[in-house]
Design a binder for this molecule. Structure first.
Ligand SMILES: O=C(O)CCC(=O)C(=O)O
Length: 308
């Protein structure tokens, strides 16, 4: 009897998850085609950004390859870099202190190799925060909006400390090839706050594999699939085609992670970076949670839209 009930319960859970999944996908599609994204595209069409040459170059590269990498100081001021660097150093000190005391810091289940500054605790951020003020600056937001062809939402802002691992460890979670299935209109920013060599867990990407790109391995679908095996990746692309982002501290990577990517298998030492996610309104309605509350005081409608 008990066995039968638990079989029934399992079946009910499976059915409930399938129904819930269909509901989430339907909400995404509705907002992508009719509601949130349509309004957001209209706003972009009537009040699109005026880009300078650097920003235009970034959008062109993103359109072509799904990624672009440059020095942070090519897009932002030296003063902004100094503030971010100092924020990174304080985060490293705090995290290493926690680890030395036997703790892990703010980690997420299944991804314990990354200690986060804020994770999903709903921190309140304002212009006094170095990384948040970069993420909400028109310099980067205009690039995100121009690439996504809509007014984007800033959904995630954080600093990551990727802990050193043994070479003999298995790759887990985002250290394996995967695509982000929460939106196809995605732009992630990563700024290295430590030098990243080939053994420090560099971010890697298959150029053109973003939704709608020239090198799609499997068509993108909301909640469609995550991990893709090494075998499947190597059937589609040669090792030499993969972009591996080694680089000095201060390297900024912009990337549409609806394409194939992986990173963070750091065997030579910890890797530290600042990261942000720009997505479409559809994603935030259906599939993503914002990890902060904005206390930014601004009259700029583009920025207000991004943080609300
Ligand atoms: O840690 C990395 O380099 C990979 C990050 C990643 O997969 C993601 O942000 O979606």
């Amino acid at each position: 009897m008990h066995r039968q009930q638990s079989k029934l319960a399992k079946r009910a859970t499976r059915v409930a998850s399938a129904v819930e999944r269909r509901g989430i996908v339907a909400t995404y599609e509705l907002h992508e085609r009719l509601l949130g994204n349509r309004r957001s595209r209209r706003r972009f069409a009537s009040r699109g950004p005026e880009l300078d040459e650097t920003q235009r170059g970034l959008v062109e590269a993103l359109d072509r390859d799904g990624y672009v990498a440059l020095a942070f100081a090519e897009l932002h001021s030296q003063a902004a870099w100094k503030r971010l660097e100092a924020q990174g150093a304080a985060f490293v000190e705090e995290t290493e202190h926690t680890i030395e005391a036997g703790g892990q810091g703010k980690v997420r289940a299944g991804k314990e190799f990354v200690a986060r500054k804020w994770s999903f605790e709903g921190v309140t951020l304002d212009a006094g925060d170095a990384w948040f003020s970069v993420c909400t600056s028109r310099r980067i937001l205009d690039v995100a909006n121009a690439y996504l062809r809509l007014w984007a939402k800033l959904s995630y802002v954080d600093l990551w400390y990727t802990a050193q691992q043994r070479e003999s460890d298995e790759r887990v979670a985002s250290q394996n090839w995967h695509v982000d299935f929460d939106d196809k209109h995605l732009l992630k920013a990563f700024v290295y706050l430590t030098d990243v060599g080939s053994e420090s867990g560099p971010f890697e990407y298959v150029p053109g594999s973003q939704a709608g790109g020239r090198n799609v391995v499997r068509p993108w679908a909301p909640m469609g699939y995550g991990r893709v095996t090494d075998e499947e990746v190597s059937r589609h692309v040669g090792r030499e085609e993969i972009a591996t982002f080694t680089g000095p501290k201060g390297t900024l990577i912009l990337c549409n992670t609806s394409g194939l990517h992986r990173g963070g298998f750091a065997t030579a030492g910890p890797r530290v970076l600042a990261t942000a996610t720009y997505c479409s309104p559809a994603s935030l309605k259906a599939l993503s949670n914002r990890n902060y509350v904005s206390a930014l005081e601004t009259a700029d409608p583009v920025v207000r839209f991004a943080v609300s």
